[in-house]
Design a protein around this ligand. Structure first.
Ligand SMILES: Nc1ncnc2c1ncn2[C@@H]1O[C@H](COP(=O)(O)OP(=O)(O)OP(=O)(O)O)[C@@H](O)[C@H]1O
Ligand SMILES: [Mg+2]
Length: 370
């Protein structure tokens, strides 16, 4: 997958950007606060994912602007494609075109342009709280199975309704029986999510595990394990519409009294975690900073490899400020792993030993330099 052309205008501080990236390495340099990350973010949004920095759409539009427009032309293994996104502040309108055909939402773009983004926050993937890992795995699955993102958002919606109801039951304005209808929906969606997450984790364990062998020079073993709050063992479980929904439902019922007392749902995929062990012990609890960073890098690289395996298209790699955070051997490792892909790297200082297209970002303008 190769991005051929990027045009951005009115997106945050970027204006009149019109660049043709190189097929392999693209170095985006410039001083602080000039717009380097904004450029990465603009590309990332075209992959259908949410911004890695803000949740409000108006924040994406330039302070003094009414319209933000991003146009991208890229080539996958089959053909050339175009994505065009226009966001308007005053009307709150969003216009999304894929090859000229109107799309309902940005998430419809999932699976079209495949990108993997590394930000400094991603280095917390292993050390951070479970929700970071859940969101990561959900995003990974959505890139391969675009419908999955909708299932997750439905689950979150039902969960919110159920939690509101729990609170209303506690104060006596709703009845317990009203939970039944929400529980059934939560169980159905949750069983499906559990299966997909379990399978993805298993696969990621293989890919990321072998990358970890390499980064640790075979000295340590990393293993992943999907820890479900509902199912004891997810191996070979596939019947998410049948027996798994029943198990999920009975766990919700078992937790009911406690849930009402606490005012939130204590079991379900929103409480699950992906456990990362190094040599059999939890990296998060006992691992060193270096081990956790290596683990995080291997998870993200694993994401890229799985995308390639599943879709037969190399993803575009966006590296925002990550290299400067890494020591030499990890830096070399990451670069060697992605050398066959198109990459965009932001940096403040020149990076030695990497050659490729260079782009200078200055006050929201981007120009190619030699
Ligand atoms: N909605 C917006 N409209 C206009 N400018 C914005 C908007 N949101 C953020 N900015 C500006 O964008 C600039 C930051 O851009 P960005 O994060 O891309 O910088 P950067 O080049 O990556 O810097 P660093 O090297 O520090 O990471 C800031 O000056 C910020 O004020
Ligand atoms: Mg930045």
């Amino acid at each position: 997958m190769i991005i051929k052309k990027i045009s951005v205008d009115g997106f945050k501080n970027l204006s009149g950007v019109d660049i043709s990236p190189e097929e392999k390495v693209n170095i985006i340099c410039g001083e602080n606060a000039q717009g380097k990350t904004n450029l990465i973010e603009a590309v990332w949004l075209m992959s259908g994912a949410k911004s890695f920095r803000t949740t409000r759409q108006t924040d994406l539009i330039g302070f003094e602007r009414d319209i933000a427009k991003i146009d991208l032309c890229f080539e996958d293994k089959e053909r050339e494609q175009n994505i065009s996104v226009t966001l308007q502040k005053s009307t709150k309108e969003k216009k999304i075109l894929l090859n000229g055909v109107k799309q309902r939402s940005l998430s419809n773009l999932f699976g079209v342009l495949k990108c993997v983004v590394f930000t400094p926050e991603d280095l917390e993937l292993s050390k951070g709280s479970p929700d970071v890992r859940r969101s990561f795995i959900d995003l990974c699955i959505s890139q391969i199975k675009p419908q999955y993102a909708k299932t997750v958002s439905k689950y979150e919606n039902v969960l919110m309704q159920r939690n509101t109801l729990l609170k209303n039951i506690a104060i006596g304005i709703s009845r317990q029986e009203e939970l039944d209808v929400w529980d059934v929906q939560l169980a159905r969606l949750g069983a499906y999510i559990s299966v997909l997450r379990y399978n993805y984790t298993k696969k990621l364990g293989i890919f990321a595990g072998s990358l970890y062998d390499e980064i640790s020079k075979q000295r340590e073993k990393m293993t992943l394990y999907y820890a479900s709050t509902v199912f004891e063992d997810l191996e070979n479980q596939t019947d998410y519409n049948g027996v798994m929904t029943d198990v999920f439902l009975s766990e919700l019922e078992r937790a009911r009294v406690e849930d009402i007392r606490l005012g939130f749902t204590t079991v379900g995929v929103h409480r699950d975690d992906i456990l990362i062990n190094i040599d059999g012990i939890s990296a998060r609890e006992y691992g060193s900073q270096g081990q956790n960073r290596s683990a995080a890098l291997c998870l993200k690289l694993g994401q890229a490899y799985i995308l390639f395996e599943e879709t037969n298209d190399m993803p575009v790699i966006l590296l925002d400020d990550v290299l400067s955070e890494l020591d030499k051997s990890r830096k070399d490792f990451v670069l060697s792993q992605i050398s066959r892909m198109q990459i965009f790297i932001t940096c403040c200082e020149p990076i030695d030993k990497i050659s490729g297209g260079r782009f200078l970002v200055e006050s929201g303008k981007v120009k190619k330099v030699r």
